[in-house]
Design a protein around this ligand. Structure first.
Ligand SMILES: [Zn+2]
Length: 329
């Protein structure tokens, strides 16, 4: 049995495996510019974040109907369950679908068909987090939040993702204020490719409660001190960092130094279909490459539940933490 864990940084569109991409393409009559799954898999060699994003958006063309989103989410949940995920806070990118004529209702209702039954079907509790694309305009983000209003009973929070450099958090001040007024939780990608200042800005201007990635905080000791003091969780994605060349090799990943510094780090898969592994694979990889022992892995698993948005269900959080504490490797 794998170590129980929560996954807090997972883009549902990034779980689209080549086999499912071809299945959905056939179902919807969408032509993919790849002969087969092998050729598509070969395209998964990325130079940087942007080269990944280009393929990520290209493949989304196969997602058209509620059933497509349901199948996508169920495929992820099944894989996550097999790797010990007990709770998943799932990002989705509505702007990438709205731009293709796929409505908010199709996306949310489709995802919810899987998420609503996830506990019974997969043993995973879930939350849904709507992400704004930071390389789109602030107005587009506001329109997206407006379009999401009929679905807020199923949306826990908002996030900010896509191409980071040149799109500082401050650009989204207004939409984050509006999200806060609606009672939504707030997270944002910051300090992946962008500078440590983006992390500070995400905290001070957007009021985020959790920072996605955030590993470049290590360039600023005062920021590290603040993140430790304020117990701000960071959702790290080690295999993603290697694939997108944020770090050269996994053995160079700053995770051990970050844990030593007292940061509340979690380990997640980001876009697992593209980056070579799901949540448990990331745990296994950092354990092996960074020499993390059992207690360090247990600490990471504990952190994932501590950092999760389970304030509305503390009894559940306590149960999950007890499972981690009782786990024998
Ligand atoms: Zn991400």
């Amino acid at each position: 049995m794998p170590l129980p864990k929560a996954e807090l940084h997972l883009h549902i569109e990034g779980t689209l495996e080549p086999e499912l991409a071809f299945e959905l393409a056939a179902r919807n009559g969408v032509a993919l510019p790849y002969a087969d799954t092998d050729e598509l898999r070969k395209a998964y060699q990325f130079e940087d974040l942007q080269s990944f994003l280009n393929l990520y958006y290209e493949l989304m063309a196969v997602l058209r109907t509620e059933r497509d989103f349901e199948d996508l989410a169920n495929a992820y949940l099944a894989r996550a369950a097999a790797q010990g995920v007990r709770h998943a806070e799932i990002f989705f990118d509505p702007q990438a679908h709205l731009a293709r004529g796929v409505g908010m209702g199709t996306v949310v209702d489709g995802l919810w068909r899987a998420l609503g039954g996830s506990e019974a079907e997969h043993g995973i509790s879930t939350r849904l987090i709507l992400c704004f694309l930071r390389d789109e305009s602030a107005e587009s983000a506001l329109e997206t939040l407006e379009a999401a209003k009929p679905y807020l009973d199923r949306i826990t929070g908002v996030g900010l993702d896509s191409a980071e450099v040149g799109h500082p958090p401050v650009k989204f001040r207004e939409v984050y204020e509006a999200a806060a007024a609606l009672g939504l939780r707030r997270v944002a990608h910051a300090g992946e490719e962008g500078p440590p200042e983006y992390i500070t800005e995400a905290l001070d201007v957007l009021g985020v409660e959790r920072v996605d990635h955030g590993l470049r905080c290590m360039e600023d000791p005062a920021l590290v001190e603040r993140l430790v003091r304020e117990r701000i969780p960071l959702t790290l994605c080690p295999l993603s960092n290697v694939r997108l060349r944020t770090v050269d090799v996994l053995a160079d990943h700053p995770l051990p130094a970050m844990l030593d510094a007292g940061l509340l780090c979690t380990v997640n898969s980001d876009d697992p279909a593209y980056f070579g592994g799901y949540a448990g694979d990331n745990f296994d990889a950092v354990g092996a490459a960074l020499g993390l022992g059992e207690e360090r892995l247990r600490e990471l698993a504990r952190n994932s539940f501590v950092a999760s948005f389970l304030e509305d269900d503390e009894e559940r959080r306590a149960r999950y933490l007890a499972e981690v504490d009782a786990y024998t490797f």
